[in-house]
Design a protein around this ligand. Structure first.
Ligand SMILES: Nc1ncnc2c1ncn2[C@@H]1O[C@H](COP(=O)(O)OP(=O)(O)O)[C@@H](O)[C@H]1O
Ligand SMILES: [Mg+2]
Length: 337
């Protein structure tokens, strides 16, 4: 229902976004993920109508909205910087857009109370000043303020980045619940790959104004389409030279020795040969142990290279520094770019 067709966006001579192509389905939770400065906000601003592309078209529900003014697009916005009005109470903040539309007082009342209760804000909280609310509650006010206008698209630009880690985790679950409860199409911007992986139906990974890969979290993580995606998403081992040759001497599948290979930490095991087509083992020596609570992260020296893996922390299998350990992997799990 949302389609970006060859969209280019410039700030004067600087091309911030180039030939952007993607489409978002009705009701989908779609995330633009990438490091700071890669063009996520710029892309979002063009969808909302704050900025006009220098090339290409933006289509929403079959209609070309590329040049449509903001107020005609019916898109709800929750921006990190889109702070609440500090002098208004919660009710007035949520009612703001409805008052602009000059709805009757009773109508506004009904919509505000209904929307507030959907985001778990009670009537008592409505009369509070926004500064009396916690960060998480303020975020709910911002979401309610966007939702009262019954937008068919909700855009959220790094909405959780001002919250502490624990609250961010809770709000993540809540956001997802709200999005599916309202059945709304959400375009979500974040630089946090973990957030993107947990929330999204699909993710577009951005780098330097371009999309590197579009896919489900599973695809992005397990079938990373480029060197950039391999390195930006999750934690990964990069293998070159000697190790690639060792893999080739054992596995049926042969790697390209001229390219790097990438293999995720959890694909390396120390307990048994993988029951697969392309098993490989490597001799490693533990050089670093990092306790992470749920799991331990180990770094091994393998020849001149290092390999890392994680092992579930069951309290028994902890290796110690200097210990010699056999590492097993499946050549099919190695991605090459
Ligand atoms: N108003 C602006 N004028 C000039 N350059 C801008 C402006 N806004 C953003 N940029 C530049 O465009 C690029 C993309 O920015 P932005 O879309 O904000 O990235 P992100 O949201 O991914 O961090 C950056 O290089 C940034 O410096
Ligand atoms: Mg941004």
């Amino acid at each position: 229902m949302i389609e970006f067709q060859n969209v280019e966006i410039k700030y004067n001579d600087f091309v911030a976004v180039e030939s952007m192509n993607f489409s978002v389905n009705e009701g989908e939770f779609f995330t633009l993920l990438g490091p700071s400065g890669c063009g996520k906000t710029t892309t979002l601003r063009s969808l909302v109508g704050f900025i006009t592309p220098s090339k290409g078209n933006i289509i929403v529900n079959g209609k070309d909205v590329t040049h449509l003014p903001v107020e005609k697009r019916n898109i709800g916005i929750v921006f990190q910087s889109y702070a609440l009005f500090p002098t208004m109470n919660v009710y007035e903040n949520i009612a703001f857009g409805l008052r602009v539309q000059k709805l009757k007082k009773e109508e506004i009342d009904a919509i505000v109370i209904e929307t507030a209760s959907k985001v778990d804000l009670n009537e008592q909280q409505l009369s509070k000043n926004v500064s009396e609310l916690s960060g998480g509650q303020q975020q709910r006010v911002a979401i309610a303020r966007a939702l009262v206008l019954k937008p068919h698209i909700l855009v959220l630009d790094e909405p959780l980045s001002n919250l502490d880690a624990k609250l961010r985790g809770q709000m993540r679950i809540e956001l997802k619940r709200l999005q599916s409860q309202f059945g709304i199409t959400a375009i979500y911007v974040t630089h946090d790959q973990e957030e993107a992986l947990t929330l999204s139906d699909r993710i577009a990974v951005f780098s330097k104004g371009k999309i590197e890969q579009i896919g489900t979290p599973h695809e992005i993580y397990n079938k990373s389409a480029s060197r950039f995606v391999c390195e930006f998403i999750g934690d990964i081992n990069r293998i070159d030279g000697e190790i690639v040759k060792q893999v080739n001497s054992q596995a049926i599948k042969k790697l390209d020795v001229s390219r790097s290979g990438y293999v995720r930490l959890e694909q390396i095991s120390t307990t048994s040969m993988p029951k697969v087509q392309n098993p490989v083992y490597l001799d490693g020596k533990v050089i670093e142990v990092e306790f992470n609570g749920m799991y331990n992260k180990y770094t091994y020296r393998v020849g001149d290279a290092t390999i890392r893996n994680i092992e579930k922390n069951d309290g028994t299998n902890a290796y110690t520094k200097g210990q010699e350990v056999q590492l097993f992997l499946n050549a099919d799990d190695i991605m090459q770019y």
